[in-house]
Ligand binder design. Structure first.
Ligand SMILES: Nc1ncnc2c1ncn2[C@@H]1O[C@H](COP(=O)(O)OP(=O)(O)OP(=O)(O)O)[C@@H](O)[C@H]1O
Length: 266
């Protein structure tokens, strides 16, 4: 669960639904340049506790770049605050600070069980040590790992290998991996890619459950049913810039968004 934020974070209440007004993630003027390409330009975005915030836009708009910049995988200018602390440094430092992410390409280890996939993630954030595991002192799921499995409905398949699971549940293992380590905000990069309609809706419910646990969720996806039905607020990127933000209804009726993106996918 996230640490209690300071009262100074209680600003900018979420627009819809019943999310908490506590701001967990805030970026200010986040910019990323790859040579001559401006992949993100002055992106300002916030995610509150209990909120599912979507980031959408056409291919190449800069969505993955934004996740890379926030999580420390891409050099950027501007600022990122998590739980009112300014984040600096690389991916491991930011992961330990409470930022979790998933990847477009699955990151699971197929030769170990679901539980061990979670345990490996716990080790990278310092919840486990290799020595203790080798000595057998860390056998079994730790409370935080068990909570992640439970939250994503994976407890009954903890002993299975990822390849034995449906694509939808494999995606959830990736989300569970991102949750261990006192994660307060999780960034999901196209989790519905490759899922059928039923699996995608199920994912939407699972994502809402993650938010209901008090965390914040940033959801990047091209599946507009998923985004429109399960997000509280949406930011739209085009050519690296935020061109619109608001509730799903507001974004859906924004002429610039329809012209840049929704006209082709919705
Ligand atoms: N490592 C990199 N080096 C150079 N250019 C890059 C790099 N990563 C991304 N870009 C460029 O930055 C821009 C934004 O790419 P990005 O992958 O962030 O878009 P996206 O919105 O996530 O696209 P998609 O929906 O297809 O995943 C593109 O022009 C892309 O070619």
């Amino acid at each position: 669960m996230p640490e209690s934020p300071s009262p100074t974070l209680r600003k900018e209440p979420a627009v819809s639904g019943v999310p908490s007004p506590v701001e967990l993630l805030r970026t200010e003027n986040l910019s990323v340049r790859y040579g001559g390409v401006t992949a993100n330009e002055d992106v300002c975005l916030s995610v509150h506790a209990g909120e599912v915030v979507a980031l959408i836009g056409p291919n190449g708009a800069g969505k993955t770049t934004f996740v890379d910049a926030v999580t420390g995988y891409a050099p950027s200018s501007g600022t990122v605050h998590l739980d009112d602390k300014k984040l600096t440094g690389g991916p491991h430092k930011r992961r330990r600070a409470g930022l979790g992410r998933t990847w477009q390409a699955g990151e699971l280890f197929d030769d170990v069980t679901v539980a061990d996939n979670i345990a490996v993630a716990a080790r990278t954030v310092g919840l486990r040590t290799l020595g203790a595991d080798l000595l057998g002192r860390s056998r079994g799921s730790r409370p935080e790992e068990a909570e992640a499995l439970e939250l994503l409905g994976l407890t009954d398949v903890a002993h299975r290998h990822p390849s034995e699971l449906s694509m939808g549940r494999q995606k959830l293992v990736g989300v569970a991996r991102a949750l261990v380590g006192n994660t307060s905000v999780v960034l999901l990069d196209e989790p519905a890619a490759g899922l059928d309609t039923h699996e995608s809706r199920q994912l939407g419910h699972d994502v809402r459950r993650v938010a209901a646990s008090g965390r914040g969720v940033l959801l990047i996806d091209h599946d507009m049913s998923l985004v429109m039905d399960f997000a509280d607020r949406i930011y739209v990127l085009d050519f690296g810039k935020v061109i619109a933000s608001g509730t799903p209804a507001e974004v859906r009726s924004d002429a610039r968004v329809v012209a840049a993106y929704l006209g082709g996918v919705a």
